[in-house]
Ligand binder design. Sequence first.
Ligand code: NI
Length: 249
Amino acid sequence: MLLQLSTWREVEDYLRRSTGVLVPIGSTEQHGPTGLIGTDAICPETIARGAAEELDVLVAPTLSVGMAQHHLGFPGSITLRPSTLLAVIRDVVNSFARHGFDHLYFLNGHGGNIATVTAAFSEIYAESSLGIAARDRPRLRCKLVNWWVGPRVKALSQELFGEAEGSHATPAEVSLSYFAYPDAVKKAEMNPKIAPKGEILDASDYRRRFPDGRIGSDPSLATVEAGAKLYKASVADVVEDYRRFLEAS
Ligand code: NI
């Protein structure tokens, strides 16, 4: 059930059956010579929609701009400052909580969001614990899950791409985005074949050290077929994990 294609009456009915919501969260940033700038938002959104075909779950609109300051050396990348993203997450969670949602499952597509989203959850819990929230919310649970670490999808990425998976503009995420948008597949020579690895600092340092945007990966291995397999695996991972999250408390 997609929130944006629902009416308020349908959401009110849903709340009688479930108080869980799945929120895809991503980023808008360069993904190397062949990766789509929307990759990190497209991947969790696609998986969330697949999971919603198997689960009675409400899927929120994708939060598609994240914390991506280190990608700003490449045109097209957009970032929120950590403080802005933290404020966005707080407002989204508090809006859902006002209606009675108490299990918020954030399906994440971007490693750069993790620290900030986790800090936002701590702020939200502090609002309840310190009595700042309008009412006590003992059942409020927020969870952040990175789609690429599910057991099935992780094993499959390793099997398909091994060392060439790397950590940014990976063949797995690029494949999944190509599966979602097969008309947007891009081709380019990778030189070197596997990109360098290393630390990430600010935007200019990133571009100097990783001149084509990739880190440790060879996304020329990405295919729509691999994306279809990764889609199936990640939907199964999320369906299982979301059910566990709802049942746990
Ligand atoms: Ni990515």
